[in-house]
Design a protein around this ligand. Sequence first.
Ligand code: F6P
Length: 467
Amino acid sequence: MGDGYSFVVVANRLPVDRTTGEDGGQQWTRSPGGLVSALAPIARTSGGAWVGWTGAADDDTGPQEVDGIQLRPVPLSAQDVDQYYEGQSNSTIWPLFHDLVEQPVHRREWRQAYEAVNRRFAEATAEVAADGATVWVHDYQLLLVPAMLRSLRPDLRIGFFLHIPFPPVELFMQLPRRAELLRGLLGADLVGFQRPLAAQNFLQLAGRLLGLQPHDDRVCYEGRTVVARAFPISIDVGEIDRLAADPDVQLESERLRADLGDNRRLLLGVDRLDYTKGIEQRVEAFGELLAEGAVSNDEVVLVQVATPSRMRVAQYQQLRERVEREVGRINGEYGAVGRVPVHYLFQSRSPEELVALYLATDVMLVTPLRDGMNLVAKEFVAARRDELGALVLSEFTGAAAELDDAFLVNPHDVEDLKRGMVAALDAPPDERAVRMRRMRARVHGHDVDRWARQFLATLDDPDRAET
Ligand code: F6P
């Protein structure tokens, strides 16, 4: 215990992807993404480790060092993946925490698997953490870990950050074994959320469910103080800026524009194929604009990148079918040979390819029905060094609280979606530039590194940290 790591990140996934090396052999490389780039330097300089799953079932990969980070894999069997990850995490908690955008499924065996896997994560962390170490647990897959870890290692300083929304009390109350989940989170010293409202929901719940008496941003639980505060996550602004300045990326962007038709204006959506993202409603709104003649296939084109995600979960398969049917219908009705209105890509794209798309875009559509933050919106803004391009953004994203210079829409209302899209297309260039400049200033002042440092400083001392 004494020789362990003084900083440990615990997340469902390890920050690595399995790739094929030049010699044809399998190797691990660091995943792209803001969270990893923010935490990797901290983990490296403070003697840190990362506890998580490799992403493959029945994978017996042992401890590894990748890019200076010590990885401690927690293996999951095919049944664990089915019950803990696809079941309780992504078919129960995920839809319920996203305001019941889809109906949550409740199964006793999923709850048991969730508890057993959370215990394994807690045990793996207890084994690698040094005396008095700081441990940072992430997200809804691991809600029970803080309390489990505290009972194994009361010497640790434990932080928890929820990347997705935290539901209002009435919704949380629907969860079977709800008090246990709440007690899981109360095992932390600091519980971080994307938005102040989520922190309030959590504190109210502690009052309602356990009879605790929150005051300000904290609550006393089992003789300790648990602080609940908002820390809106962000992106690695420098990395997106570097990609946007890369001549190869710019060339790719010009090629994309030429391929899509230089005289057509490009609308872009980039999302995981998830029912929370509002892809269906967005495509429907675009189809209606074409049907009404508000836009034409000669003037505009929609590119929708839908990254495959959780595809073994029935609700995701059904969503895919519905989206693909609607895209087919729209292209069939309004397309011409060599010129379709919707380019739908059910594919993952590299960060370079995504930034090239952002640079080619006239109107970025980020219209989730519910989203904790939405980093695509921030990436798009960070990429637009030219201060061009408009952002249509759902009011139901965490990002809307910061990027209120976007064209804000209610994605549950197709008429409002259409209004937002047309307003963004029609806005005069100088109005778009003013909006973009303000949004860029916000994103530049709040990148993911600052987010991580604020969280960790607050965990260290909630009363001294700058808010
Ligand atoms: O938004 C929540 C989240 O878990 C992210 O942290 C993650 O990048 C994304 O969803 C993808 O989820 P999964 O690990 O299920 O592929």
